[in-house]
Structures are given as structure tokens and as C-alpha cells.
Design a protein around this ligand. Structure first.
Ligand code: PMV
Length: 311
């Protein structure tokens, strides 16, 4: 089984978590770490899942039930009935499952790729992405689709949810964007946090409209900074996006501490990335030297730290 053809990437949101749910643009970067999936049909009907993916402690334990639901939704969408045929899935790869890295999306996209290969279908990338989106619903009811899109297509994407199919396009980078990301070790429920944001919005529509308006301008400027390769500007905008997320109450002390430490160690910008209330933070570190400094500073505080580039 050509497992390497089932790779699906992790992602980090540069701008726009939570706001993206309300159909404004976001910028998302795929990381090179991936999940892959081997699919074997077995004689006895049923589903067997072997999960060899690395994970931060507690991640898989907390996500296991939702994971099975997501797998079943993906298989059903693709017309694979485990009541009729036996399916054995083995998930692997080097993507460390941590809340915020899009591991759930990478898992269901790699599964869709595995079905495509096992059944000798010729699904398009859009169809793979659509199957991943169905699977994502098993993790949280109303995903924006940003995670599965980054997992399927890779690169740095501008993504926008619409009433119909999402709109997205790949950004060409002047030079690779060097980053450090770190885990708080805490896994929050995306469904719960997205639900809380919705409640806050409904309780004060004027406040939310003002905030999302400011965010939308920020995201436009962020795209320009990416296109121009202006790292200082990009960093400042990441800092501002973090403030907006604090105002949404989706950051937390652990994330704020990592953000402050990264900036103190030389990052030109830092913010939480993903659901928040735990999960990950991302720091912009334009040179290898700064990347190493920031990495070392964060290692003192965070259970896990990674260095990579969006390329
Ligand atoms: O925590 P993650 O990586 O699943 O990111 C969720 C991003 C949200 O904007 C909070 C939700 C969504 O569906 O886009």
C-alpha cells in the first residue's frame, strides 16, 4: 500500500481563527509534518483503528471518541460501509497531535486519500477535501473548513468560508516564513469554545461587529505583508491579532505567557493559533538565530516546541 501517497499536512492559523467561522478571510499555513493512513479490507465486517501517531499527552485520549465518529463520517461520505466490509486503518506519520495543529483534519484527509487508493478511484483534490470536511464535522459540528483545506492542499492559503463552497487561493512567498510553535499541553474543545464565542457575539452584536471589522482590515494588511515579505509588519499584525483573540476570551494565561516569552526572546510577533484556551502558540522568527533563541526560551515553559517554515 503506497502509504506515502496518503499524506495530509498539519496547519497553523496565521490570522483569523474564530473570525473565519463568520465568513471573513483567514490566512493559514500548512506545516511539513503530516499524517498518513494505510487501509486494508478484512474478511470480518467492522472497523479496526491502529493509531501510531505521536501526540502530546492527553490529546489522543480526549479525542479518541470524536476520532471514531470522524472516521465513520468520512467513510460513509465515501460510500464505505463497515457493516458490510471489514476495514483496518493504521494511522502514522510525523505530525504530533496537539490541539491546534489540525491533526483531526489531517487524519480524515489522509483517510480519504487511502480510500481513493484502496478502491482505485480517481477522486479529485476537491473531492478529497470535501470528504475531509465531512469527517471534520465529527470533531466539531460546524467547522469552517480551514483545517481540511490546509491539510489537503498545503502551502500558505487565504481561506474564506461562504454560503457555498469555500474560496481559497495559495500565496506565493517572497521567502520562506520561519516560525516556532509551542504547545500549552492543554486540549480545549473546539465545539465548546466556538459555542462560547457565538454566545458572546449574540449577547453583544455591536461589539462583535466592531471587532470583526478591525480583524478584517488586519487580515488584508497581513496578506500584503506576506506578499511583500515584510516580516516586521507581519509580526506586528500577529501581535494585534492576539489582542483581538484575548478580547474574544479565547486566549488563556498559558498562551499569553508563551506569547510574552517568545517576544522577549526576539520573535517579531507571536499569537495563539487555533481554538485557544490551551492548544498552540506561533511565533514569527525571521532568522535562524532568532528561531533558536525563541525555541530555547519556549522550551523552558512549554511541554513541546517545534521549529519550521511555511514554504
Ligand atoms: O484548534 P483547531 O486547529 O481545530 O482550529 C479551529 C479553528 C476555529 O476557527 C476556532 C474553528 C474553525 O472551524 O475554523
Amino acid at each position: 500500500f503506497p502509504v506515502d501517497q496518503t499524506r495530509a499536512f498539519g496547519k497553523l492559523i496565521l490570522f483569523g481563527e474564530h473570525f473565519v467561522v463568520y465568513k471573513v478571510p483567514a490566512l493559514v499555513g500548512a506545516v511539513s509534518a503530516y499524517t498518513d493512513c494505510k487501509l486494508e479490507y478484512t474478511t470480518e465486517p467492522g472497523l479496526e483503528v491502529i493509531d501510531n501517531r505521536p501526540a502530546v499527552p492527553l490529546y489522543k485520549e480526549k479525542k479518541m471518541d470524536e476520532g471514531i465518529e470522524a472516521i465513520n463520517l468520512t467513510l460513509t461520505h465515501l460510500g464505505v460501509d463497515t457493516k458490510k466490509s471489514g476495514v483496518k486503518l493504521t494511522f502514522g506519520g510525523d505530525l504530533c497531535c496537539a490541539s491546534g495543529i489540525g491533526a483531526s483534519a489531517a487524519q480524515v484527509v489522509s483517510l480519504a486519500r487511502a480510500v481513493n487508493i484502496a478502491d482505485s478511484r480517481s477522486l479529485s483534490e476537491d473531492e478529497i477535501n470535501a470528504a475531509g470536511y465531512e469527517g471534520e464535522k465529527g470533531y466539531h459540528g460546524t467547522p469552517s473548513g480551514i483545517d481540511n483545506t490546509a491539510a489537503t492542499f498545503g502551502g500558505l492559503l487565504r481561506f474564506q468560508r461562504t454560503e457555498g463552497a469555500p474560496i481559497f487561493d495559495k500565496k506565493t512567498l517572497v521567502s520562506p516564513i520561519r516560525i516556532v510553535y509551542a504547545s500549552t499541553g492543554i486540549t480545549a474543545s473546539t465545539t465548546e469554545v466556538v459555542g462560547d464565542v457565538r454566545e458572546k457575539k449574540e449577547a453583544d452584536e455591536a461589539w462583535f461587529a466592531d471587532l470583526i471589522g478591525k480583524y478584517t482590515k488586519l487580515c488584508e494588511e497581513g496578506q500584503k505583508a506576506v506578499e511583500e515579505g515584510d516580516m516586521d509588519k507581519l509580526g506586528k499584525l500577529m501581535n494585534l491579532n492576539h489582542e483581538y483573540l484575548q478580547e474574544l476570551t479565547v486566549s488563556c494565561k498559558e498562551l499569553d505567557d508563551l506569547v510574552v516569552a517568545a517576544r522577549a526572546a526576539g520573535a517579531v510577533g507571536a499569537k495563539m493559533s487555533g481554538t485557544g484556551r490551551g492548544g498552540l502558540m506561533i511565533a514569527l522568527t525571521p532568522t535562524e538565530e532568532i528561531q533558536n533563541e525563541v525555541g530555547s526560551a519556549l522550551e523552558k515553559l512549554a511541554p513541546q516546541v517545534w521549529k519550521t517554515t511555511f514554504a
